[in-house]
Each structure stands twice: as structure tokens, then as C-alpha cells.
Write a protein that binds this ligand. Structure first.
Ligand code: S3P
Length: 419
């Protein structure tokens, strides 16, 4: 069997691309993003800020934002459409809470089922007048003007979206806002806001931000998304005779759990050319076909690989022995219930997979067969089961293959080029 061989560049990091647009809009002067992820989610963020009067030039992976400062947004004349994007919804709500105009946010069917109580609660505690219009703690959300007070918030979930929402609202509060989370989640907001000039500090799991800063436009080179690289890391490990060099990947430790997990499972994976770009660690990742074995994955590593669990589960199905994934109940409230979507599709392929309350147990090594994959229009499910198909007896057929546009529009093309 010829394997997957070659060099690839994955698209820009989704989390960093969203933040670049948002922080650029509320900073003074020009922010220029190169390597921007031109996926549907990040385009939703651009659309929302354009509706609030921000001039944004967008050409593929190049974005120029003419920021108007912390109080320069204007009232949109329609609702803000967040599409499928949880990051847009939760982060922008923190900014909208600080505006002197009313806004309504809504998105697609999936977004209207995702929990927003987790941001409504702290924003309300800060004095925001925010409500779920259907009173079900989901979008559509309405946010009316109010004066924000700083808070010290102990978040019950390790969610960078919740943390970022409160920190962004904190920019509009008079005083010091503090957020503590149970386990450290991705810290791109903290790193990038500091770069824009905010007075923000993090010690262990607590971040403190001072309200009312002047933010200044920045030039940001967005590194490649490790969540997109993850599909090719696993593809290289599980496909015989493979060697793939994945260039320019963000290896921020709050995101890079998949690297540790793949290495612990016996994966031959090397980080080359390690460097820092726009305040974020970056490396090239060389991955080769490997004999893998099952491990336990739980505890503090989970937030650092939460979006990679679907593809990690595929890797586990190709490893010898048992992999136990725990402490990952958050998977149930992603774009789909990813415990169910992953386990059901793995079982349909002939794998031994069992759902648990907070994760799954996979006993690897069964022969996999192609089947009809129920993606629930979840981009990460579509990509994970396309990779699983590389080692199955016949091909998987996805019920929705187009949903990859959310985070990785060229995914299939990149995969074909490696064959
Ligand atoms: C994101 C945070 C994560 C992640 C999502 C992007 C972000 O969500 O799953 O894809 O950019 O802040 P949570 O913070 O809710 O876990």
C-alpha cells in the first residue's frame, strides 16, 4: 500500500482568527491578519463586526480591520448572524454587553441548542441585561445596554469561550475583573489582548483584566491550527508507509494535548523548527506510520485536546488495547453530542466503542469497514471519519461532507494531494 507522503500547510488557527477580528474591531487603528482562517465560522465573526460599522477588507487569508476603539461600534440594523460558531456567540456577547445599544444574536439550528446559560450567568452578575429570547438558555440572545461592574468569577467549566466572554466584558467594566477556571483552557485571549495593550495578567488558573484600556491595532501572523493538523497527524500515524511534514502549526501548550497523547500511544512524531510567531509557539510536525497502543486520557489534559477527541478516538480504534477517555462531558455540548456521534459511527465501522457519562472506552484493533457516517453536520465528525476511511476495508460515505467549510474548506484537497 502506498502511504500518505508529503508536506502540507494547514489553515490558520480558528480561535486566533476569531480573536484577531474581534480585538482589531475594538482597538484603535489598523489590525492586519495574515494566515487568517477563511472558514465559515470566522466569516461569521467578520459579518457581525461589519454590521456594527467596522470596515473589514477580507481576501482569502488576509484581513485588514479598521478598528474604531473600545466604544466605536455602532448599532446594527439587523440581528447579528453567528452561523454555526459558538466562539463568535460567546466572545461577542462579552463585547456586546458593554455597548450602549441593543443587539440580538442568532445562528443555525446547532447554535440554537448550545448552552448559553454559562455566559448569561456571569454577564448578568456583571450587571448586563442579557436574555435568551426563548427562555431556554440558548440563542437567540438579546443584549440591552447597561452599566457593567467588574466581578471575580469562579467558572464551573474550563471553557476558553466563557473565560474570554467575561474578560471582554471586563474591558467595559470600571475596575478589575478576575476569572478563575477549574483547569486552564486555551489562553489565546490572554496572550493576544496583552499584545493589543490591555492590562491583563494570568497566574495559574486565574486571569485578571483592568477595565477601560486603550487597545491598539496590531499585525498578527495567524499560525496553522493544531485542531486541523490533528487529522493529518492521525492519518500519518495510522496509514501504512506514511511520512507527513505539517508545517507552521501552533503548539501552544493549552492546545497541544494531542501531541502528548499521540507520543504516549507510541506515535513517531517530532517537533521541528520550534519558534514563536506573534506571541504563540509554532513548530513543524513530522509524523510517521507507527504501532500504537491504548492509554488513559483524562484530567487536566482534556481542555488542551477537547476538539481533537473525535480524531483521537479514531486513533484509539487503530491502536492495540484499550483507550479510556474521561472527564470530557463537555463533548456533549459541542457542534454535535460528540460522545454519541463518535461512538455510534465507530461502532457502525466495526470498532469496539462504548459511550460513558464523561467520555468513551475504545478497545482497538478490530478490522474497520466503511459505512454510512452520520455527521450531524459536525465538521470535526466529517473529517475524523474521512481519516478513519483511510484504513477501512471500503470507503465511508458521509451524509454531509460539505460541513468541513466551517473550519477547513480545503480538507479533502489536502488529503488527496498526500495520496
Ligand atoms: C474555543 C474554545 C473551545 C473549543 C472551540 C473554540 C475558543 O470551546 O471547543 O472550538 O476559540 O475559545 P470551549 O471554550 O467552550 O471549551
Amino acid at each position: 500500500m502506498t502511504g500518505l507522503r508529503g508536506e502540507i500547510i494547514v489553515p490558520g488557527d480558528k480561535s486566533i482568527s476569531h480573536r484577531g477580528v474581534m480585538f482589531g474591531a475594538i482597538a484603535e487603528g489598523i489590525t492586519e491578519l495574515t494566515g487568517f482562517l477563511n472558514g465559515a465560522d470566522c466569516r461569521s465573526t467578520i459579518g457581525c463586526f461589519r454590521k456594527m460599522g467596522i470596515d473589514i477588507t477580507h481576501d482569502n487569508d488576509h484581513v485588514i480591520i479598521k478598528g474604531k476603539g473600545l466604544n466605536g461600534l455602532s448599532k446594527p440594523d439587523t440581528i447579528l448572524d453567528v452561523g454555526n460558531s459558538g466562539t463568535t456567540t460567546r466572545l461577542i456577547s462579552g463585547i456586546l454587553a458593554g455597548q450602549n445599544f441593543e443587539t440580538t444574536l442568532n445562528g443555525d439550528e446547532s447554535i440554537q441548542t448550545r448552552p448559553m446559560g454559562r455566559i448569561i450567568k456571569p454577564l448578568t452578575a456583571m450587571g448586563s441585561d442579557i436574555a435568551s429570547i426563548k427562555d431556554n438558555d440558548c440563542a437567540p440572545l438579546i443584549i440591552r445596554p447597561s452599566k457593567l461592574n467588574p466581578i471575580e468569577y469562579n467558572s464551573p467549566v474550563s471553557s476558553a469561550q466563557v473565560k474570554s466572554c467575561v474578560l471582554l466584558a471586563g474591558l467595559y467594566a470600571d475596575g478589575v475583573t478576575k476569572v478563575t477556571e477549574p483547569v486552564l483552557s486555551r489562553n489565546h485571549t490572554e496572550l493576544m489582548l496583552k499584545g493589543f495593550g490591555a492590562d491583563i495578567t494570568s497566574i495559574n488558573k486565574t486571569t485578571t483584566v483592568v477595565g477601560g484600556p486603550k487597545l491598539f491595532g496590531q499585525k498578527i501572523q495567524v499560525p496553522g491550527d493544531i485542531s486541523s493538523a490533528a487529522y493529518f497527524i492521525v492519518a500519518g500515524l495510522i496509514t501504512p508507509n506514511s511520512e507527513i511534514l505539517i508545517k507552521n502549526v501552533n503548539t501552544n501548550p493549552t492546545r497541544a494535548g494531542i501531541i502528548k497523547v499521540a507520543q504516549e500511544m507510541g506515535g513517531k512524531l517530532e517537533l521541528l523548527n520550534e519558534r514563536v510567531v506573534s506571541g504563540e509557539p509554532v513548530a513543524d510536525i513530522l509524523v510517521k506510520t507507527s504501532e500504537l497502543h491504548g492509554i488513559s486520557i483524562g484530567g487536566e489534559i482534556i481542555p488542551t485536546l477537547i476538539d481533537e477527541i473525535p480524531i483521537i478516538a479514531v486513533m484509539a480504534a487503530c491502536a492495540n488495547g484499550k483507550t479510556v477517555i474521561s472527564d470530557a462531558a463537555e463533548l456533549k455540548v459541542k457542534e454535535s453530542n460528540r460522545i454519541d456521534t463518535v461512538v455510534n459511527n465507530l461502532k457502525a465501522m466495526g470498532a469496539d466503542a462504548v459511550a460513558t457519562e464523561d467520555g468513551m472506552i475504545i478497545s482497538g484493533g478490530n478490522d474497520l469497514k466503511g459505512t454510512r457516517i452520520v455527521t450531524k453536520s459536525d465538521h470535526r465528525i466529517a473529517m475524523s471519519f474521512t481519516i478513519a476511511s483511510l484504513v477501512s476495508a471500503n470507503d465511508n460515505i458521509l451524509d454531509d461532507s460539505d460541513c468541513v467549510v466551517i473550519s477547513y474548506p480545503d480538507f479533502y484537497k489536502t488529503l488527496e494531494n498526500l495520496k
